[in-house]
Design a binder for this molecule. Sequence first.
Ligand SMILES: Cc1ncc(COP(=O)(O)O)c(C=O)c1O
Length: 339
Amino acid sequence: MKSFASDNYSGIHPEIFDAIQRANTNHQISYGDDEFTEETNRLFERIFGSVTVLYTFNGTGANVTCLKCCTLPFQAVICSEYAHILADECGAPTQSIGCSLLPLKTTDGKLTPEQIKPLLGRIGNVHNTQPKVISISQSTELGTVYTIAELKKLCDFAHSNEMYVHLDGARISNAVAALCVSLKEATVDCGIDIMSFGGTKNGLMIGEAVLIFNEKLKVNAPYFHKQTAQLFSKNRFIAAQFSALLSNNLWFRMASHANEMAKLLESMIIGLPGVKMTQSVDANAIFVIIPENIIQALRSQYPFYEWDAATHEQRWMCSFDTTKEEVTEFVRVLRRLTT
Ligand SMILES: Cc1ncc(COP(=O)(O)O)c(C=O)c1O
């Protein structure tokens, strides 16, 4: 199957596969006390500076672990109405932490201090859940990317109101590749307190990493990690994948390729009859309205998700393994259907 459905429809990058095999020798101490985890933690430290790293099975688990580290049951997490933690995690954060989510409307998936300000009135009122975390996704669920200035402004605003910033980084590699800065400059240097670092959508078989920069949040994190059922006894196999991802710029090579394929796709469909982009193509996602009468025919050849059935808005995702030929062929089919 060739598809533009999701970056997790893709397989495993060969360098990641090799890393899993290399880790598959002898016995190693379990629960992250192995030499592969140690080596990968050092790699993360070299990239980000002082950081506590916790490995998780999936993005939902990483988000839940992050939010558990920074909220109490009476506190609230401010997020966008499209946030994965709100829309696509079956209530996992609220169910397992007890915190509430305060969603805000957004046209581009991003949050701004101006939107959040009215919620500060809740602080100190015993009848309201207490805003404690601003959660953002980078890149966002709408394929847009916060600029460094936007990130700094949000983090400054959060900290000046005694809140933390959580970054859902399921696609942080795509965002950072698009921003042309370092991973550190795009995260901890902006003031991010805690984040997930995506693996599965960028060529891993399984695994995400929770990165904790704020010293206060590091203290209880290992216990929350275990309580959220994300501590893997054979952690070396997740860590080894991250070691490969962070070596030889693999994370960047894969993410920037996926982004380039999205840009190529965008450039080839502009001007087609009835085809209208709805979001800026900042990373590896394209949001586009196409004529209703061609959706089924196109999707039967190339699976993808409908984002909004009412407006016929579709989401097309490119992956590390999307090829120019696939993009060209997809556009050829689209062109034939629309003209
Ligand atoms: C923004 C975002 N965060 C997190 C996730 C991780 O989800 P999962 O628990 O399926 O790995 C996804 C996956 O679609 C996502 O798009």
